[in-house]
Design a protein around this ligand. Structure first.
Ligand code: MEV
Length: 308
């Protein structure tokens, strides 16, 4: 038996890093996916090569729940460390396919919870934002007010709790600018944790990101893209103060702003990608390319993890 499943990457519109501390956040699934094809085998292989623990920390962890070796084939449209949720998409697509192979199919809630537990363990700290967006698709809001959207599930870990809601997204054009710099999420989450633990000023910034995100949810509901864009740019400044931006990201954000409602880094930062909300994607793509980034327009409103 062979099973193929795919799951989408994501863009975080507002709230990354602060969401790790239970603050609200908004993420949209995007039309970049990872596809995993699994079949029972006599030896575990990844894309035709013998499986190596240290090369595949996420797979290593997930394979613990497989009763037998597996032949794993992956196809990815999401560069690793790009801030676009490659590890969550890998975990969600792999676990979805493995569940079916074991005769134990998972619904969205179970998949989101199990994929989050993988991220949390491998990264050494995380929120369920990326994995819920990848499992559910469309748009998700964490720790949002009750009227923000339909309640999906609640996830807890080590005394923190996140409610996850489906949110409706107005028509909008989003351009991503990939710096080409690989940035692992774990160390960036750890950097913010240390800063916030030591410094009440950093804790205030985390709280302020939470307030900006709540305002952004209201702007989204009212389809007020001007306000949403301003909040995104403000969020980028707050994330820069937390130390998770870098020159390359700042350059791409600055270059996009002239043709955008707003722009910010998206995901963990430290490299990876930025995003801009715009009515003029061609000009934004041109500006990003001119400043050394790889631009692309993303489509949102895409399905979550599914069998192919
Ligand atoms: C990474 O895409 C988002 C972070 O907030 C970490 C997390 O929520 O797990 C930086």
């Amino acid at each position: 038996m062979t099973v193929t499943a795919s799951a989408p990457g994501k863009l975080i519109i507002l709230g990354e890093h602060a969401v790790v501390y239970g603050k609200p956040a908004i993420a949209l699934a995007i039309d970049r996916r990872i596809k995993c094809t699994l079949s029972k085998a006599s030896e575990t292989t990844v894309n035709g090569r013998p499986f190596e623990d240290d090369k595949h920390p996420y797979l290593k962890h997930m394979l613990l729940s497989s009763p037998h070796p597996v032949r794993i084939e992956t196809e990815s449209g999401i560069p690793p460390g790009s801030g676009l949720g490659s590890s969550a998409a890998l975990s969600a697509s792999f676990l979805k396919a493995l569940g079916k192979l074991k005769g134990d199919e998972m619904d969205g809630e179970r998949l989101a919870k199990e994929a989050f537990s993988v991220e949390y363990t491998v990264q050494g700290g995380a929120s369920p934002l990326d994995t819920s967006a990848s499992a559910h698709g469309n748009g998700v809001a964490l720790n949002a007010p009750e009227d923000a959207g339909e309640f999906l599930w609640e996830i807890s870990m080590n005394g923190r709790r996140w409610s996850v809601r489906d949110i409706k997204i107005p028509e909008m054009t989003l351009v991503v600018g990939y710096t080409g710099l690989h940035a692992a999420t774990g160390p960036l989450v750890e950097k913010v944790r240390k800063y916030r633990d030591k410094n009440t000023f950093a804790a205030d910034i985390v709280n302020e990101i939470g307030c900006v995100t709540l305002e952004g949810m209201d702007a989204l509901r009212k389809n007020d893209l001007v306000r949403l864009g301003k909040l995104m740019t403000h969020d980028h400044k707050l994330l820069s103060i937390l130390g998770v931006s870098c020159n390359e990201l700042n350059k791409l954000v600055d270059a996009s702003l002239r043709h955008s409602y707003g722009a910010k880094l998206t995901g963990a930062g430290g490299g990876g990608s930025m995003m801009a909300l715009t009515d003029d994607p061609d000009k934004v793509c041109e500006a990003i390319a001119l400043h050394g980034g790889k631009p692309f327009v993303v489509r949102t409103g895409v399905p979550g993890a599914k069998y192919e």
